[in-house]
Design a protein around this ligand. Sequence first.
Ligand code: SAM
Ligand code: SF4
Length: 421
Amino acid sequence: MNFLDSEKLETILLKNGFEKVDNPEDADVLIVNSCSVRKHAEDRAFGYLNSLKFLKNRGKIFCLYGCTANIYGSQIIEKYPFIDVVCGPNKIRESPKILKEALNGEKIVCVGESDNPFIEDLINVGGKISASISITKGCNNFCSYCVVPFGRGRLMSRSPQSIIDEIKRLVDKGIKEIILLGQNVNEYGKDIGTDFVSLLEKIHQIDGILRIRFLTSHPKDVPEKLILSFRDLPKLCKHFHLPLQSGSDRILKLMNRKYTVSHYLGIVEKVREVCPDITITSDIIVGFPTESEKDFLQTYKIVENVKFDELFVFKYSPRPKTSASKLPDDVGKEEKERRHRLIYNLQQKITEQINKNYIGKIVEVLVEKESYKKKGYFIGKTHNKKTVLFRKEGNVKIGDIVNVEILNSSIHFLSGRICVK
Ligand code: SAM
Ligand code: SF4
């Protein structure tokens, strides 16, 4: 979502007379688009701006964008007086105006909600075949550890017509795959009297779109209708990112996740029954306040049993304004690292084994780009999000769908050769 915001910001600025330069030394305005989901990300954003502070005496404007801006607002300028502009993710549209004011010497704080945070038609497609589009912004769920409702505000859905119109224009520019983004896409439409599956069905009818992906889903909001879509909508990619967060019901309750482990496992079972070759990926947080060895081992067991294709494992860090930040952060740094390492290593083995099972199979791959590392090779993705590397052959070009026989595998990708029909 942050990458998409950066692309939109870049396009707005280019359309309004700004130019992009390669070196910070050559810029009049320096913008860091920050993420604040974990403390580490926030520290990096401030660290990067700090590392460029020596350029300040050359009259440059320093700007902090993104969720961090919304969370701390004017406190940022009080703490870091070299920063001139603080702009939240819902206010990107106002950038040309506020940057011009800042260039005239004003300090600007532009945060909070907006009536129209969705920016249309601004993506510089630049030869890509896949484009992301935000269908919702914000989140109302208030998981106890999560800063997103404070960084991005409350849930707001974009109108179906505006989404469809943008996708049609993207198709005209050569886009073949659409990735629908939202913090919890399953809540799409709640505020405007529609629902996510109806949107998927409408997008599915658009000619020229070959593949549709979406993320992220919340396990408390997965209707049967969505599960059946993986079977009934052929363009819908067979990949389901469904964050579990913890395998302990006690911790899930403290996290305010509003589902139990058995509810989660029920969804996995149904999805696999309806769509056996689906890829399921997930997020786990280790070291949440009061997480005992027993809680942790429950998570470990679930990871061992479910066999996710891929897993993002995070060490808990307290975030401002969240309710969990009032609990003691009582799992020590080394213990968080140990738990992180154990789950990470377990998952590496599982992913390696799952990927090995592809050897000898023929998979359908959408060709995405040329490999930078391996000359003469293409990189593409299967329907279920496996990355595949294969040698260029015949007239095959970016955007084609080809059959590839898998000859080798690793944790990160599969490799093979194009099958001539
Ligand atoms: N909206 C998605 C959901 O409901 O799962 C994910 C949002 S968040 C941007 C992505 C992931 O970051 C979460 O799934 C969670 O695992 C992790 N995360 C969020 N807050 C965290 C925190 N305070 N400490 C560590 N990890 C965190
Ligand atoms: Fe954060 Fe929970 Fe909303 Fe996801 S659903 S963005 S984890 S509050």
